[in-house]
Design a protein around this ligand. Structure first.
Ligand SMILES: Cc1ncc(COP(=O)(O)O)c(C=O)c1O
Length: 400
């Protein structure tokens, strides 16, 4: 970049970092973050090109390695998370996959919670074993199972919390301690919590991954992922893996994410407040069998959620009476809330996990972590809470 402007100071509060963090201005002094839609960069001389490739001179080389707009997004995420380093990827799944493949090798062992997003489970259960990396799945809420699953080859623990879709809350600090006793790393998929509600690195996690596609974009536009860790992990493992295998984030998508981050905190706070209201309203409805919401005292990990998170969740899961038929009928009656498997959007979205996000698991595997045919998952948006309440109540009222 031609001209660097004021560096963001580290001690700024998260809301300020979300707006200003990582900005690098060009010679034009643009206020909004610039979109550098370029694959390559031109050097002043052949010597300069050689020096960049040798790593003797800092600077951009090729967009698969780094791009100024992507770098601004990475820096804003790094400041927000309080990490030493951040690297962006093309999607959340690219982040999850890279965070494991970049450092694991044949003979290594992974312990992961059973309650994972379907594609994450595929990576742990099906993909890694193809390359000789074995895995054990545990009930993430049971610390003894994490302890007992460890082998001399265990290199990585992997979990998401709150879990998708039943919103179990896992004890990051304790699980990190169990991983560290055997020299393993804990990778936390923090998608459901967002950086606003939960800070895994401060709780002892070693690596944090995001699908920025969700709340970080927040308006359902483009895909992105982020991996945050210490410099050693990024330099020794991730950097070369990303550079050579190429799951790079496009500059345009990084620019969308930078603008999404500006409003992340106010959106997540508002969405969790509305979710808390809706969870109580749903729990009172006679057609609702069970509500899963970490902000309600009837949630099994209510106390842990209060300790570990700055707020409960923008998502609610609940069981509708009448099994799959009841759930489908209710979804089909909704007028404001859209039927979609996405989440974290400004628009409220609802899905039936057993036939969508977790469809590839067997019924028995789904049942192990509470995904029944009656379960639906609601991602609460920014609409007026009363309109959302009315939409849900009207749809539930139509069930016979
Ligand atoms: C918990 C969790 N992790 C990872 C992902 C994958 O993200 P992406 O769709 O950006 O690849 C998702 C997507 O729904 C998710 O819910």
């Amino acid at each position: 970049m031609a001209r660097k402007t004021r560096k963001t100071r580290k001690r700024l509060k998260p809301a300020t970092q979300l707006v200003h963090g990582g900005i690098e201005r060009s010679q034009f002094g643009e206020n909004a973050e610039a979109l550098f839609l370029t694959q390559s960069f031109v050097y002043d001389s052949a010597e300069q090109a050689a020096a960049r490739f040798e790593g003797k001179e800092p600077g951009f080389i090729y967009a698969r390695f780094a791009n100024p707009t992507v770098a601004m997004f990475e820096e804003r995420m790094r400041l927000l998370e309080g990490a030493e380093a951040a690297r962006a990827t093309a999607s959340g799944m690219a982040a999850v996959t890279a965070s494991m493949l970049c450092h694991l090798r044949a003979g290594d062992h992974v312990v992961a919670a059973k309650a994972l997003f379907g594609s994450c489970r595929y990576v742990v259960e099906d993909l890694l074993p193809r390359y000789g990396i074995t895995s054990t799945l545990v009930d993430g809420t049971d610390l003894d199972q994490w302890r007992e699953a460890r082998t001399p080859d265990t290199k990585t623990f992997f979990l998401e919390t709150p879990t998708n879709p039943t919103l179990e809350v896992l004890d990051i600090e304790s699980i990190a301690g169990i991983a560290h006793e055997v020299g393993a790393r804990l990778i936390v998929d923090n998608v459901f919590a967002t950086p606003v509600l939960q800070r895994p690195l401060e709780l002892g996690a070693d690596v944090v991954v995001y699908s920025a596609t969700k709340h970080i974009d927040g308006q359902g536009r483009v895909l992105a992922g982020v991996i945050l860790a210490d410099n050693a992990f990024i330099d020794d493992h991730l950097h070369t893996f990303l550079r050579q295998t190429g799951p790079s984030l496009s500059a345009f998508n990084a620019w969308v994410m930078l603008k999404g981050l500006e409003t992340l905190e106010i959106r997540v706070k508002r969405q969790s407040e509305t979710a808390a209201l809706l969870a109580d309203r749903l729990a009172d409805h006679k057609k609702v069998q069970r509500v899963y919401y970490p902000g309600r005292p009837d949630h099994p990990q209510y106390e842990l959620a209060k300790r570990q998170m700055a707020g409960p969740s923008t998502l609610i899961a609940f069981e509708v009476k009448g099994g799959r038929k009841g759930a489908f009928n209710m979804l089909n009656e909704l007028r404001v809330i859209g039927i979609s498997n996405n989440l974290g959007d400004a628009k409220s979205l609802i899905t039936h996990p057993s036939t969508t996000t977790h469809q590839r698991l067997s019924e028995a595997a789904r049942r192990e972590f509470g995904i029944t045919q009656a379960l639906v998952r609601l991602s609460v948006g920014l609409e007026d809470p009363q309109d959302l309440t009315d939409d849900l109540v009207n749809a539930l009222d139509t069930l016979g």
